[in-house]
Every structure is written in C-alpha cells, then in structure tokens.
Write a protein that binds this ligand. Structure first.
Ligand SMILES: [Zn+2]
Length: 254
C-alpha cells in the first residue's frame, strides 16, 4: 500500500514538473521576455571563508553575465533590452545529489530523478520572484591542482549544477562556467574535443572566418578556450574574452 502511494506521488511530481517544462521551454526560445535566473549559492564545505564568501554574493556579483548576453544578442541582431534578470537566493547548506560518473544511461536517469526531488525541496524561497532557470552554484575551496568536479546544465530541467571556487580571484572563472551551463540549459551543445579540450573548428572558434585561422583572439562560449593553433589552446581570463558563435546563437533561438 505504502509503496503504491509512493509511486503515485512520484508520478504526480513527474507530470507536474514535466508540464512546467513544456511551458518554460517554449518561453526560453522566444526571448520575448527577460529570462529570470536565480543563482542559489550552495555552501559546499565546512571552512568559514566559504560561508562568508557566499553571504557576500549579490546580483551585482553576476552582472557581467547579463552584460555579456546582452552584448552578444546585439551582435547577432537581437535587440533585447533586458535579456536576463539575475537574482541571488540565500545560501543553501543542503548539497544536491552527487553527479553520476557517466554522462548517459540508467545512473543519469536515477540522478535526474533524485535531482528533481532535491530541486523541488530546495529550489524556492518566499522572497524570490518565480524564475525560469535555477543555477545551483556549489562554492568550495580550491582543490590542490585546481580540479573541481564537472558542472552541468540540464536542458529539460531548467537547472544547472556548477562547481565553483569561493574566491574573489576565481570569480571570473565561475562566471564563465555559469554562463556556459546556462547556454546548455537554453539548448547549446559543447564545441570542444572532450579528450583534449581543444576547440573544434569551425563552430568552436570565436572567429571561424579569420585569415589566417590561428591564432584566434577570443574563445567561443561552448568551446571554452582560445584556439592558438589546430592543437593548442589557452584559457581566457574573463567573459570579455568570449563570444557566442553563430552555431550556439542558432541553438539558443537567436
Ligand atoms: Zn558544456
């Protein structure tokens, strides 16, 4: 009896969540109204500096993301007064379910179910406006070697999970990752070789018609890096060094 009830509840949640997604997805692609994004900082570590860092985050901390999307929209002939509105939630202390090690299959399906449940429990605060997209940003201290867990943006879920460093020095890097995952949620695909990190031409290059093609001066947001040659790249400093290329612009409905 109890098991049947649990399944019924779960199915109801799925139908409700699924219906909401259809509505928000059609809204994403129109770009007629501002896209509301809530950043949910998650305190992902016990060190005191993480809490004080997340307490200091305001919409101003993410203003460059808004500016970047506005400028890139204009470059693609889209005059959007306010493409994105960013609000910042109070920091969460509950961690989302750990990402599966694979990127497809049953473990992903299970993770996404657990994640939807977690989002439903944690992804709302009474004083926030209803948002289109939720970005859960897990602030932590930098790991030796600077390697964090990967980040994801779930197109069908309207949310992303970003691993970020609780440090002012790495705030620009965090903003890039948030923007990259935001683009995934809006329908963009990766444009780099997962084995090497090398941007894949032509769509992964900021300026695919440049002569000579290399070195590129900027990076494409879904490639993440500046291609110096066919097999060398460098990591850009901040969002000013990125563009949204033609292929990504088409994918996100511009
Ligand atoms: Zn990606």
């Amino acid at each position: 009896m109890f098991r049947k009830l649990r399944i019924a509840i779960l199915l109801t949640i799925l139908v409700v969540v699924g219906g909401r997604q259809l509505l928000t997805e059609s809204r994403f692609s129109s770009w007629k109204q501002p896209l509301w994004v809530t950043i949910y900082p998650v305190i992902a570590g016990s060190a005191e500096n993480i809490q004080s860092y997340t307490d200091g985050l305001t919409p101003e901390s993410f203003r460059q993301i808004k500016t970047f999307i506005g400028q890139q929209a204009a470059r693609h002939g889209r005059q959007l007064d306010t493409p994105v509105v960013i609000q910042v939630a109070r920091p969460l202390t509950s961690l989302p379910p750990a990402l599966p090690s694979e990127s497809f299959g049953l473990s992903v399906a299970l993770w996404s179910l657990k994640m939807r449940w977690w989002v439903w429990r944690n992804g709302s605060q009474p004083d926030l406006a209803a948002e289109d997209i939720r970005m859960f940003v897990l602030y932590q201290n930098n790991k030796p070697g600077g390697l964090l867990e990967r980040s994801v943006g779930i197109k069908n879920g309207g949310y992303g999970v970003v691993n970020a460093v609780a440090s002012r020095q790495l705030a620009a890097r965090n903003r890039f990752v948030i923007t990259h995952e935001l683009m995934h949620i809006l329908g963009a695909s990766d444009k780099y070789d997962p084995a090497t990190g090398q941007p894949v031409p032509p769509d992964g290059l900021a300026n695919p018609s440049k002569v000579p093609l290399y070195p590129q001066q900027q990076a494409e947001i879904m490639a993440g890096r500046v291609a110096i040659s066919l097999n060398r790249w460098r990591q850009p400093g901040n969002l000013k060094d990125y563009v949204i290329g033609d292929a990504t612009a088409t994918e996100i409905g511009w």
